[in-house]
Design a protein around this ligand. Structure first.
Ligand SMILES: [Zn+2]
Length: 126
């Protein structure tokens, strides 16, 4: 069996990963103009639409470059159906597939940019 690998053991690579974090963002509420309060006959009430919350937690996803040590320590071949998948185990313990590894920081950064633009597009569409 002959398997071509893009990288060799010991190669320095730039891995990217999808980082998820929760951020507080202002609630967009048309009923109260995002103030959390509605006025009715000079009395102020908690907005029934947003329950008076001025912020909400949203999950943010962002592709980032791994900043830790990044040499290939081990190469693993796994059979996925009829296809072979090659995984690279990095010295930091991360198991990466080839689509998330790049030879230069520039390439890694460019890939992050493209994927983050895709996430932004999906977020705006949906
Ligand atoms: Zn509201």
């Amino acid at each position: 069996m002959q398997i071509e690998t893009k990288y060799d053991i010991g190669d320095e690579v730039y891995g990217i990963f999808l980082d998820r974090e929760f951020a507080s963002v202002p609630v967009e509420c048309d009923t109260c103009d995002s103030t959390g309060k509605v006025e009715l006959k000079e009395n102020k009430f908690t907005c029934p639409d947003c329950q008076g919350k001025s912020t909400q937690k949203v999950a943010r996803k962002e592709w980032k470059i791994l900043t830790w040590e990044r040499r290939i320590y081990k190469i693993e071949v796994r059979k996925d159906g009829a296809e072979f998948q090659i995984y690279y185990l990095l010295t930091n313990g991360y198991l990466m597939c080839v689509s998330n590894l790049f030879k230069t920081k520039k390439e890694a950064r460019a890939a992050c940019k493209i994927r983050n633009a895709q996430i932004a597009k999906e977020t705006n569409d949906g």
